[in-house]
Write a new protein. Structure first.
Length: 532
C-alpha cells in the first residue's frame, strides 16, 4: 500500500502531523502500536469514574488553541486552577497576584528565611517574565502569515524584537534548579519544597517558570482524552487513515517502506517518526545501507542514543472514594501539588542510586516508606472541574509522584512488583489520610496504580519517560535551544523526519504538538519538491 506520508506513533505529536498532512490533501497513514491513539494523553472510565492516565491538564503556551483553530476543531475548555500546599498551608494559583500569597505561605512556613524567599521570588518573577514573552503570542507556525498581515506586523514583529532581547538572559538560569536555589538559601527544606516536584536536574529556567504555566492550564470538559478524540476524528473525516495495533518493526529508507509486526508492508514518500526514538534506529538494517556517509551518520546517532536515559517517570494511584466533591473542594482545587512534610525528600532521595541496586527487599521497602512521607504529590480530581466525571456523591482522584525507572525495574526483577504496588497504595492513602484528607482511608471504594513500567509498556517510551530525555544525561540528544527549534524535526535518515518529546528539550505536550506541526510542514515542502 502506497502513501504520500506515513506517521509512526499515535501520540499528540503524531496526531498533529497526520492532521496537517491530511488537511493539505496528502494521502496519509498513521500507525499506532496500541489499540488506541493518544499516547500520554489518555483518559479512561471505571464504574462511572473518569481518570486521566497521562497529562492531568492542558497548558496552551500559544500552541494548543491556535492548532485547534487552524484545524477548525471546537473543544470546550474549563479553567484549571492549580493549588500549591505544604502541611496545613494551601494557596490557589488564580492570578499573578497569587504569587504574593505563595510568598506569604513560604514565609509562614519558613519564618527564618524571609530574605531568602524574597530573593528567590525575585528570580522567579524574572523567569516568568521571560516565559511570558516566549509563549505570549499565538505561535506563528499556526498562522497564515501571507494573508494575516495584521498579525505579522502588529504581533509577530514586535514579539520577535522582545524575544531576541530576552532569550539570551535565560542563560543565567540554565543551572539545575536545586543548584540554582542553593545560591539564595542554605535551607534545604525550603529548596525541596520549591523544587522537588520537578525532574532530576531540571533547569531553573523551566522549573521557576511553573507559576506562569499554572495560570495557563485548562481542562477539556470531558477529560484530557477529548483533545485526542477531536484530532483523531478530524484525521478520519479528512480522509486520513489510522491503523491501531500496528507496531512498526522495520524501516527500509532505501526503498521507502516500513514493515509492521504482522509483516504488512507500507510504502511512503515521506516518513514522520513520532514514536520512541531508539526504536527508529533499531528498526533500520544498517547492513543494507551502501552509501557510507549516510550509514556513518545513522550509526553515530544510534550510538549516541544507546545509553541515554528517559526522563523521570511517575507512579500514579487511582482512587474511587465515597466522599462528596465538596469535601475535596474545601481542601484545595481540582489540581494540586501537595507536600505533606516541609522537611523534604532530598536526604532520602540522595540514596536512590544505592537503593536502585539493592537486592534487600526489606531495605527497599523501608526506603520507599520514608520517601512517601516526604515526597510531593500531584493530585488531580477531574470531577472538581466537571461534576459529571464521577458518580453523584463520590469522587475520583489520581495521586502521582515521581519515580525512577531503574528503581522500579529492579523491584520487578526481584519478584515483588505487585506487592510493592500494594504497599505504595496503602502508604500513600495513609499519608494523605494523616494530612490533607482526614478520614480518606475508610472511604476508599477501589484503588489501583501504575508505574513507569506501565507507561513503558503502553507508550513504548524509553524507561517510561514522560518528558523526553532525562536532564541527567551528560549530553541530551535533542535540540535544546529555542533559536534552533526549526532543526528539531530533522534526522540523518533520508526522507525520514521526527516529532514528539524526544526531539526537543525540555519537552511536554505543547512542544510535542509544535514539533508535530514542524515535521508536517517540512514533509509538505519535501513532497512538493518531489512533484517538480
Amino acid at each position: 500500500m502506497k502513501y504520500d506520508a506515513i506517521v509512526v506513533g499515535g501520540g499528540i505529536a503524531g496526531l498533529t502531523s497526520a492532521a496537517f498532512l491530511t488537511k493539505n490533501g496528502h494521502k496519509t497513514l498513521l500507525c499506532e502500536k496500541e489499540d488506541h491513539v493518544g499516547g500520554l494523553v489518555r483518559s479512561f472510565t471505571v464504574d462511572g469514574f473518569l481518570f486521566d492516565a497521562g497529562v492531568r491538564a492542558i497548558v496552551d503556551s500559544g500552541i494548543v488553541k491556535p492548532m485547534l483553530k487552524q484545524l477548525d476543531i471546537e473543544l470546550e475548555f474549563i479553567k484549571n486552577i492549580v493549588s500549591i500546599g505544604v502541611e496545613d498551608e494551601m494557596v490557589a494559583v488564580e492570578t499573578l497576584e497569587s504569587l504574593k500569597e505563595y510568598q506569604a505561605m513560604l514565609v509562614r512556613t519558613y519564618p527564618d528565611n524571609e530574605k531568602d524567599i524574597q530573593n528567590i521570588l525575585d528570580e522567579m518573577r524574572k523567569v516568568m517574565g521571560f516565559m511570558d514573552v516566549l509563549y505570549g503570542i499565538e505561535n506563528p507556525l499556526f498562522k497564515d502569515l501571507k494573508n494575516d498581515r495584521q498579525y505579522l506586523f502588529k504581533t509577530l514583529l514586535p514579539w520577535t524584537f522582545k524575544f531576541m532581547t530576552k532569550i539570551g538572559k535565560l542563560k543565567n538560569f540554565s543551572a539545575p534548579v536545586y543548584e540554582f536555589l542553593g545560591r539564595f538559601t542554605d535551607n534545604q527544606s525550603l529548596i525541596d519544597f520549591i523544587a522537588q516536584h520537578f525532574f532530576q536536574q531540571t533547569p531553573a529556567s523551566f522549573a521557576l517558570s511553573y507559576f506562569s504555566l499554572y495560570l495557563d492550564y485548562e481542562y477539556p470538559a470531558n477529560g484530557t482524552y477529548e483533545l485526542i478524540e477531536k484530532i483523531r476524528d478530524y484525521i478520519i473525516q479528512a480522509g486520513g487513515q489510522i491503523k491501531t495495533n500496528t507496531e512498526i518493526k522495520k524501516v527500509d529508507f532505501i526503498n521507502k517502506t516500513i514493515v509492521a509486526g504482522d509483516n504488512q508492508e507500507y510504502q511512503y514518500k515521506q516518513l514522520v517518526w513520532a514514536a520512541d526514538q531508539k526504536q527508529l534506529y533499531d528498526a533500520i538494517d544498517l547492513d543494507a545501507v551502501d552509501e557510507s556517509q549516510i550509514k556513518n551518520n545513522i550509526k553515530e546517532r544510534k550510538a549516541l542514543l544507546r545509553d541515554k536515559r528517559g526522563g523521570d517517570s511517575i507512579y500514579s494511584l487511582f482512587l474511587m472514594v465515597d466522599l462528596d466533591k465538596d469535601y475535596f473542594r474545601e481542601r484545595g482545587s481540582g489540581h494540586l501539588f501537595y507536600t505533606p512534610n516541609k522537611h523534604g525528600q532530598s536526604a532520602i532521595f540522595s540514596r536512590l542510586d544505592e537503593i536502585t541496586h539493592s537486592t534487600d527487599k526489606q531495605e527497599i521497602m523501608a526506603w520507599m516508606d520514608e520517601l512517601l512521607e516526604f515526597t510531593t504529590y500531584e493530585i488531580a480530581i477531574p470531577s472538581l472541574r466537571n461534576e459529571k466525571l464521577a458518580p453523584l456523591g463520590k469522587t475520583g482522584l489520581v495521586v502521582s509522584t515521581l519515580m525512577d525507572y531503574r528503581f522500579i525495574n529492579n523491584i520487578a526483577s526481584l519478584g515483588f512488583y505487585e506487592e510493592f504496588k500494594d504497599f505504595c497504595e496503602k502508604k500513600i492513602i495513609s499519608v494523605l489520610n494523616n494530612s490533607i484528607y482526614t478520614g480518606l482511608e475508610e472511604k476508599i471504594i477501589k484503588r489501583f496504580s501504575s508505574t513507569p513500567l506501565t507507561i513503558e509498556r503502553l507508550s513504548g517510551n524509553t524507561e517510561g519517560g514522560i518528558t523526553g530525555w532525562a536532564f541527567t544525561n551528560r549530553v541530551i540528544p535533542a535540540i535544546s535551544k529555542n533559536t534552533e527549534i526549526n532543526k528539531a524535526c530533522l534526522t540523518p535518515i533520508p526522507h525520514v523526519l521526527q516529532a514528539g518529546q524526544w526531539t526537543f528539550s525540555p519537552s511536554g505536550l505543547p512542544i510535542s504538538i509544535l514539533t508535530g506541526k514542524m515535521a508536517a510542514d517540512q514533509a509538505e515542502k519535501n513532497l512538493e519538491k518531489m512533484k517538480k
